[in-house]
Design a protein around this ligand. Structure first.
Ligand SMILES: [Zn+2]
Ligand SMILES: [Zn+2]
Ligand SMILES: [Zn+2]
Length: 257
């Protein structure tokens, strides 16, 4: 089954341009250097799956004309991956049921605490997102496709990305454990965190992610969660042909099942 992945956001937690910064990437006129917070949309068989709800979700949904969401999957509870949850409201009011939110235990707890009113059965004012929390642990079967969590190390935290069909999306990691690498073989598309060149305690660098591409050998690789240290064009010129910086609005076709 064919699927289309759309990069909703390719930027790091602060976004690019970064508030108050006048560097050459933040002031660039190349639209590829404009990066909202990290998220992707996966569409197949008339279904629309969102991975993470960033603080830029509203802007991303308007840009990509998103009119439905069949499921939302979470990678972890950092602010840049969850704070747009309230903005799914207009989409959630359209559908018949509630939009399922798939989150692992720690992420579910954080969402239920930050957005406590959404999950309060006695909330009396209405107007809240029509969603339901679905805790999950192993792989998920969604509308004929399988989404497998891929455990990754993100500084002190253990979080996960996802593999779905011939694609995988690993947005925030400093390290990929060996057993997770075994889940990342024979990929058409691999998304990897590549914050910048300088080392960072919770994120991968361009050099580190390039060595992962060499090791895992996906057909195509895309770097995401990018900071203002990496100018789009110039960085791409120094990458092998099958490795590119992702950019907002990028669309890729792949086989999901
Ligand atoms: Zn992040
Ligand atoms: Zn900057
Ligand atoms: Zn994070």
């Amino acid at each position: 089954m064919k699927a289309v992945l759309t990069v909703l956001g390719s930027g790091t937690s602060m976004g690019v341009p970064t508030i108050g910064c006048n560097c050459r990437v933040c002031t660039s006129t190349d639209p590829h250097d404009h990066r909202t917070r990290p998220s992707v949309l996966v569409e197949y068989d008339g279904r629309v799956i969102l991975i993470d709800t960033t603080p830029d979700f509203r802007q991303q949904a308007i840009r990509e004309k998103i009119t439905r969401l069949d499921a939302i999957l979470y990678t972890h509870a950092h602010a840049d991956h969850i704070l747009g949850l309230d903005d799914v409201r207009p989409i959630s009011f359209k559908g018949e049921g509630r939009i399922p939110l798939y989150a692992q235990e720690k992420t579910a707890e954080a969402l239920e605490s930050i957005f406590h009113y959404i999950f309060d059965a006695n909330y009396k004012y209405g107007g809240i997102a029509r969603v339901e929390m679905k805790r999950f642990n192993g792989s998920l079967e969604l509308f004929g496709a399988r989404f497998e969590p891929v455990r990754i190390i993100h500084g002190d935290a253990e979080i996960h990305g996802f593999r779905f069909g011939s694609a995988a999306y690993l947005t925030d990691f400093s390290e990929i454990p060996p057993e997770s690498k075994a889940q990342l073989r024979d990929l058409d598309i691999l998304f990897l965190d590549a914050l910048r060149h300088r080392p960072h305690p919770t994120h991968s660098t361009v050099a580190n992610s390039l060595s992962l591409v060499e090791e895992l050998k996906p057909r195509r690789a895309f770097f995401t969660h990018i900071s203002h240290d990496l100018p789009h064009q110039e960085t791409n010129q120094n990458l092998p042909d099958h490795v590119r910086l992702a950019h907002d609005g990028l669309k890729l076709e792949f086989e999901i099942a």
